[in-house]
Write a protein that binds this ligand. Structure first.
Ligand code: ADP
Ligand code: ADP
Length: 230
């Protein structure tokens, strides 16, 4: 089970002088277990800030984030049972693909054998079996993104968060990686929250789509119902 509840969530970035910028203005959103929820909207509307507050990477100015019935406002990111995939992949350049994928488990003191099983399983899912000894700089953009996804998978988190994961890929690679993430969603049966500014990505990937604008949620609907409102 992985249910995420966002209640009256607010984020105001303080500025050195002046009133600050309210990036998220009291939003409410419920993400069901195993749902693929896409947050979509123009650049600057507060998608990434919302995702980072769910991850615990950004302090909350007001409201709450609840994961499986537990308010996590004061829970450290590493204790939230979530894994996040970033736009820029955030791989460690000096580590092999294998070590990049296993590093989070190593930090959490998983036994080497368990790390090995999980890394190889994720590599198989993502077609990375033959690249495990390479460094990130010897990979294509698409391969790097796969390693970033693999690093999330090995953790077996309840919730996956994606922040514009395809925006550094070329058009062709975007389409194939999109399909792959959708496939992983079915295979893993995980709850996923996915941020994009790309409406086509949102429409093809989301079970439901949450449309944001200027720090507010305008609409939450399935792709079929999204633009059918009066
Ligand atoms: P999106 O992900 O939809 O592009 P963001 O959540 O990144 O939007 O940004 C929402 C608003 O908050 C924007 O006005 C942006 O400039 C501002 N913002 C984002 N991060 C910071 C920060 N670290 N400090 C100050 N303002 C920020
Ligand atoms: P190694 O195989 O690297 O010697 P150990 O078997 O000694 O690792 O385990 C290292 C630590 O990881 C121990 O404290 C152990 O309790 C913990 N651990 C073992 N299995 C798991 C697991 N599945 N999840 C989380 N921690 C685990």
């Amino acid at each position: 089970m992985a249910h995420v509840l966002i209640k009256d969530l607010v984020k105001t970035y303080p500025e050195k002088k002046g009133p600050g910028v309210t990036a998220v203005k009291g939003i409410n959103l419920e993400i069901q277990d195993r749902e693929f929820m896409v947050l979509v909207g123009p650049s600057g509307c507060g998608k990434s800030t919302t995702l980072r507050m769910i991850a615990g990477l950004e302090d909350i100015s007001g409201g709450s984030v609840t994961i499986d019935g537990k308010v996590v406002n004061n829970v450290m990111p590493k204790d939230r049972d979530i894994a996040m995939v970033f736009q820029n992949y955030a791989l460690y350049p000096h580590m092999s693909v294998y070590d990049n994928m296993g590093f989070g488990l190593k930090l959490r003191k998983f036994p080497r054998k368990e790390i090995d099983v999980r890394v190889r399983e994720a590599a198989e899912m993502l077609g990375l079996e033959n690249l495990l000894d390479r460094r990130p700089k010897a990979l294509s953009g698409g391969q790097r993104q796969r390693v970033a996804v693999g690093r999330a998978i090995v953790r077996k988190p309840k919730v996956f968060l994606f922040d514009e994961p395809l925006s550094n890929l070329d058009a062709k690679m975007r389409v194939s990686t999109r399909a792959e993430i959708s496939k992983l969603h079915s295979r893993l049966g995980a709850t996923m929250i996915y941020v994009t500014h790309d409406q086509v990505e949102a429409m093809t990937m989301g079970d439901r789509i949450c449309v944001m604008r200027d720090g507010n949620i305008m609409q939450v609907a399935t792709p079929l119902n999204l633009y059918n409102h009066p």
